[in-house]
Design a protein around this ligand. Structure first.
Ligand code: ATP
Ligand code: MG
Length: 286
């Protein structure tokens, strides 16, 4: 049987570009002309549905789509039964409570008896309940940050990334209540065939993610410092050592996480490493 999996991705918005880039980096080819709502890959058994992000958890839980890429905020808010397969590391943002700039604020008890506007009534409601605070929640679907200035609510709960939208609207962020990033979700009742395709996809996503967080490092070093350098950059199994044309020198090649590279750079130089090159890795399969 020729199974095909269906993935729901955001049609146009803050998740779309990174979702589609990830899929392309997995070597999956497809056409997504403007206005298209559906597309099928030419080289992988996957079909795409381009939707509003609000609808993605529901489509995946109902089985209209097998997989979806959505923000955790939307996933938790919609509260649908799905499996969370993987955090994807992009579209990072937070949900925060904000109040007019001039207000004095000490702690979350400020919100007792207040009115709050939000597009996330469930996440906000759960948070307030956990703090034992009673506030009135006004659900609105957009432009939440203008609610206090037009007298609709005394505070808001909304997505923040840099905080500049809050500032422009005379608000200040006072509590962070939820952290979010894009996640890959799946329907809970998938056939063996579909699960096997999803495994292949996850294998590729892992290779792309590992590649992104690691670098290929090349450097030259005098032979007498090789031992020290190998200890500093042990690589996947062990570094490759090649002789340079100049007697007494070698080229060392290794793979390491970018953080580890910056931590070790001074020691590498002190050990005699020079001509250090750091090269991106497209994919990495260990
Ligand atoms: P749609 O039309 O699909 O309903 P939307 O307007 O609800 O789109 P977007 O603004 O495109 O949603 O945001 C989609 C998701 O991206 C959010 O749910 C959140 O997870 C994440 N996100 C939102 N704002 C930011 C931001 N400033 N930086 C990074 N990620 C963000
Ligand atoms: Mg939306």
């Amino acid at each position: 049987m020729n199974s095909i999996i269906r993935i729901a991705v955001q049609k146009s918005g803050r998740l779309s570009d990174d979702s589609l880039s990830l899929i392309k980096e997995c070597g999956i080819k497809f056409y997504n002309g403007t206005g298209k709502l559906k597309s099928t890959s030419t080289n992988f058994p996957i079909e795409f549905l381009f939707l509003r992000d609000d609808d993605i958890p529901g489509y995946v839980s109902d089985g209209v789509a097998d997989l979806g890429i959505v923000g955790e905020n939307e996933l938790v808010e919609k509260d649908r039964e799905v499996s969370l397969l993987k955090r994807l590391g992009f579209s990072k943002c937070r949900l925060s409570l904000a109040i007019p700039k001039g207000e004095d604020y000490e702690d979350v008890n400020y919100f007792e008896g207040k009115s709050l506007a939000t597009s996330y009534p469930k996440i906000l409601g759960d948070y307030l309940k956990s703090k034992n605070i009673h506030a009135e929640i006004h659900e609105i679907s957009g432009s939440v940050e203008i609610a206090p200035s037009i007298g609709l609510a005394e505070g808001i709960c909304d997505i923040v990334s840099s905080g500049s939208t809050l500032m422009m609207n005379g608000l200040k962020e006072v509590e962070e209540i939820f952290k979010s990033e894009a996640v890959l979700i799946a329907n809970k009742n998938l056939s063996e065939e579909k699960l096997a395709i999803i495994d292949k996809l996850l294998f590729r996503i892992n290779a792309v993610q590992k590649g992104k967080s690691n670098k290929y490092v090349l450097l030259n070093a005098p032979n007498e410092s090789l031992e020290k350098i190998i200890n500093l950059i042990p690589g996947m199994r062990s570094p490759t050592i090649l002789p340079l044309a100049q007697e007494g020198w070698s080229s060392v090649h290794s793979v390491l996480s970018e953080d580890q590279f910056w931590e070790n750079i001074e020691e590498l130089r002190a050990a005699g490493a020079e001509g250090i090159l750091v090269v991106p890795i497209e994919k990495m399969v260990i």
